[in-house]
Design a protein around this ligand. Structure first.
Ligand code: FMN
Length: 438
């Protein structure tokens, strides 16, 4: 069997919280610079020194106000709030790095393909071929309302539109052939217009004429990243995705997803190795196992109970503010139809006899991401085990402290992965797509 390399992508958000809703309060976490370019430039440099394939910004286009019908807790306590627009941050990160892939989340429901193709084509030029687009179909009403809709269209319609958006973007990116830009001062030929074509795309939802104004970019089109979990979402990922970001708690669930996903790709005529599947992982590293456990306990204690409840409310779309956080989870009745996601979100915690508040705080420590706690060797062992047992092609890491966890991971875990021969010692290629294939 061909040798595989592990792929690593860093998860970022432009706010206090990524997956861990208490991490920003940790003494080692930097928050004073949350609106400052140096924060983003620094982390890009750290991740490039650690030879990560890429970083990407997850995004939410609004502030959750489900809990208590207000955003007091989510904003006031520092939950998942995205303060800045990643599209403006990525070019700064591109300027201080040379190889690191740079991804952002853009909704196919709220944006027109011409605008998406133009922005991402520009970024692919400015980064010299390192851009990824995390395509989301979006789900939340609060985001829909920020874009003038009363509510979200149904899933089927969202994905029908997403397919059309991707088709239209591809047509626009392909509207410039290689070599269309001539730049010959002597003959006065700036561009060979015969190599630039109309896109003439017309679907049920999307129409665009083209050509794009942006010349063909180094990667031709950005690397497509995706994270849909429904049947339709997985099919969409299997058709278009080159990086799939998933969230499973157990190794066996990761293996089931991995096998299912690679099988789906064949349905779309794609080779399984043309897309990497990366489950999300949190790590807490210590010099000894005991130190790591103590650190994990400390950072997990920093999650505020109200924020935990607001976080679960946001996930299941139900206001839990009227419920007593001290009541046992088993006593809680939630509305029909939401029980499924409630059970999934609070996975297994009912059996442990936890109260609602305790379970919500636990959820808010990682949003169901497995939290690996241990020495660098222990963390490397776990990652290699998952990777070699075909649970994944690598990982999306989320920070438990920022930027400390990434700095520690790059200094202590990456060298072990390199020594064990599963992770690159240096970049072999220039573009993100080349990194994903090395
Ligand atoms: C692990 C994971 C991470 C996601 N991150 C984001 C995100 O940052 N922003 C967003 O708008 N949607 C995000 N989503 C949502 C989706 O990518 C997708 O659009 C949504 O779940 C609807 O698809 P589905 O019905 O197939 O789940 C994420 C989903 C998963 C599973």
């Amino acid at each position: 069997m061909a040798r595989r390399n592990m792929h690593l992508v860093a998860f970022l958000m432009t706010g206090p919280t990524c997956h861990h809703h208490g991490a920003w309060r940790h003494p080692e976490s930097e928050v004073d610079n949350i609106l400052d370019p140096t924060r983003y430039e620094h982390i890009a440099r750290v991740l490039e020194a650690g030879k990560f394939d890429a970083l990407f910004f997850a995004d939410i286009l609004g502030i959750y106000d489900i809990y208590g019908k207000s955003y007091d807790t989510m904003l006031g306590r520092g939950g998942q709030v995205c303060l800045l627009d990643p599209a403006v941050i990525l070019p700064m990160m591109a300027r201080v790095t040379e190889r690191l892939g740079l991804g952002l989340t853009y909704s196919s429901t709220f944006n027109h393909p011409y605008q998406i193709a133009r922005m991402l084509g520009t970024l692919d030029h400015l980064s010299r071929g390192r851009v990824a687009w995390n395509v989301v179909a979006s789900t939340s009403t609060l985001e829909a309302q920020n874009f003038g809709m009363t509510e979200m269209p149904g899933r089927a319609q969202r994905y029908d539109r997403a397919d059309e958006v991707l088709e239209a973007c591809m047509a626009l990116w392909n509207s410039w052939e290689e070599g269309a830009l001539v730049l010959d001062k002597k003959s006065g030929i700036f561009a060979d217009a015969s190599k630039v074509h109309y896109a003439d795309y017309e679907g049920q939802w999307i129409k665009t004429r083209g050509p794009l104004t942006v010349p063909r970019s180094p990667q031709g089109h950005p690397v497509i990243m995706q994270a849909g979990s429904s049947e339709r979402g997985r099919d969409f990922g299997a058709r278009w995705g080159e990086i799939i970001f998933t969230l499973q708690h157990q190794k066996s669930d990761m293996q089931t997803f991995y096998k299912d996903f690679k099988g789906r790709m064949q349905k779309f005529g794609r080779a399984p190795e043309s897309c990497v599947v990366l489950p999300s992982i949190d790590v807490v590293i210590g010099e000894t196992e005991a130190i790591a456990r103590e650190r994990a306990e400390y950072v997990n204690e920093l999650v505020d109970t109200q924020l935990g409840m607001a976080c679960v409310s946001g996930q299941i779309g139900i206001d839990l503010s009227q419920l007593d956080p001290d009541q046992p989870l088993t006593d809680i009745q939630v509305e029909q139809g939401s029980r499924g996601s409630f059970d999934v979100i609070l996975q297994g915690t009912a059996a442990e006899g936890l109260t609602l508040g305790e379970a919500a705080r636990r959820f808010a420590t990682s949003e169901l991401c497995p939290q690996l706690v241990g020495t660098p060797e222990m963390i490397a062992d776990r990652l290699i085990d998952l990777f070699q047992d075909h649970a994944c092609d690598g990982f999306v890491l989320t920070p438990t402290t920022f930027p400390g966890m990434y700095e520690q991971f790059c200094k202590t875990v990456v060298p072990i992965l390199q020594e064990r021969g599963v992770f690159r010692k240096d970049y072999a290629g220039r573009t993100l797509r080349e990194h994903l294939q090395d």
